[in-house]
Write a protein that binds this ligand. Structure first.
Ligand SMILES: Cc1cc2nc3c(=O)[nH]c(=O)nc-3n(C[C@H](O)[C@H](O)[C@H](O)COP(=O)(O)O)c2cc1C
Length: 338
């Protein structure tokens, strides 16, 4: 079965992409993912906070007159050769890109456009095939500096513009699921030349333990129930924007990969399932996808992709009808349970 496809203008051997997670924290991890069969790997993110600490460190080193490492490379931004997280990240990009023959996508975790755009350039120069900008920002500050919706959206566009200006490789934007008008945001990013949109990131949502009276800050792995929101938006955006669409969240079985492709995803990313079962589980997902395609008589991904995207005509009327129909069904006692 030929699963080859395109994402962000890159050729991929298949549409399963390892999304940013601790599995890609070192070159060995990236190699294991590639050996397991994924079409591309997104490295874990370099965090903006880390860059800030880096800059402070650089400044301290500069004022102390410290010497830089002899091995410093010209494509490392000024200051990076002094070591630290940014330096290690670029080394990882370089090693990972050399270790595997699939695209390695570097990830920047940014909340504001800023000097870190230079890191995007360095990621490209060290071998990243593309940059995924993970705009993780919770505009929850209740103080006078609280951002309104327009400012949050503009921030996304500014971050994209800064990274695009600094690089020539494709740039994908990984979005939060929480916009008042997701389609509008997607269209504006598309118009601003985003090469791809990743729908969606998962926010850390702290829990509360009423016994210990503490806040529990932990990452909860996703379940297939979490596919519904990205599935909805991918079905709505398929063929309506030029940028590639990557589905992210909730993949556990090959059927979840199939659903996202049917909705219109160009690629399907997985983190939780690969963390839960190990990188080799990528092979299980890919075999399952091939089995499903065989059973359904599909020969290529083009036959699958977008088959169940939202239809063009009478969209609002249809959406309202679906909503009313689903509620009527639920009122009659018919609903899904997980
Ligand atoms: C432990 C863990 C670490 C993650 N680290 C990152 C990261 O560094 N950058 C990023 O953009 N997303 C990160 N993510 C989010 C995943 O890439 C993915 O978008 C999200 O988990 C939804 O996909 P999933 O349901 O397949 O896990 C992380 C997720 C997990 C579970």
């Amino acid at each position: 079965m030929d699963l080859s496809t395109r994402y962000l203008g890159l050729s991929l051997r298949n549409p399963l992409v390892a999304s940013a997670s601790p599995l890609s924290r070192n070159a060995d991890g990236v190699r294991r993912l590639a050996d397991a069969g994924v079409g591309a790997v997104v490295l874990y993110s370099l965090f903006e906070e880390q860059l800030r600490r880096e800059a402070e460190h650089d400044e301290r080193m500069a004022t102390q007159g410290s010497e830089s490492y002899a091995e410093s490379l010209s494509y490392f931004p000024e200051g990076l050769e002094n070591g630290g997280g940014g330096h290690r990240y670029l080394r990882l990009v370089e090693r990972a890109a050399a270790a595997v023959d699939i695209p390695v996508i570097a990830s920047l975790n940014a909340s504001t456009p800023g000097s870190w755009a230079r890191y995007a350039r360095s990621m490209q120069d060290t071998g990243a095939a593309a940059i995924e900008v993970n705009i993780y920002h919770l505009p929850g500050d209740p103080g006078p500096t609280v951002l309104d919706g327009a400012a949050v959206e503009q921030r996304h566009l500014d971050v994209l513009a800064a990274v695009k200006a600094a690089t020539t490789v494709p740039v994908a934007v990984k979005l939060s699921p929480y916009f008042s008008a997701t389609a509008d945001m997607a269209h504006r990013l598309d118009a601003a030349a985003a090469d791809g949109l990743v729908l969606f990131n998962r926010f850390l949502q702290p829990d509360i333990d009423p016994e210990t009276l503490t806040t529990v800050r932990t990452v909860t792995l996703s379940t297939p129930a979490d596919t519904r929101l990205p599935l909805t938006w991918i079905a709505l955006l398929c063929a309506r924007i030029r940028a590639s669409l990557a589905a992210s969240t909730g993949v556990e079985h090959a059927a979840d990969v199939a659903k996202y492709l049917l909705a219109g995803a160009d690629v399907v990313q997985s983190a939780s399932a690969l963390l839960r079962h190990g990188p080799e589980y990528a092979g299980v997902l890919l075999n399952g996808l091939c089995d499903w395609m065989n059973r359904k008589g599909f020969h290529t991904l083009n036959e699958v992709r977008g088959l169940l995207a939202a239809p063009d005509q009478d969209f609002e009327a249809r959406e309202r009808a679906d909503y009313v129909w689903a509620l009527r069904k639920a009122n009659n006692g018919s609903y899904d349970t997980y």
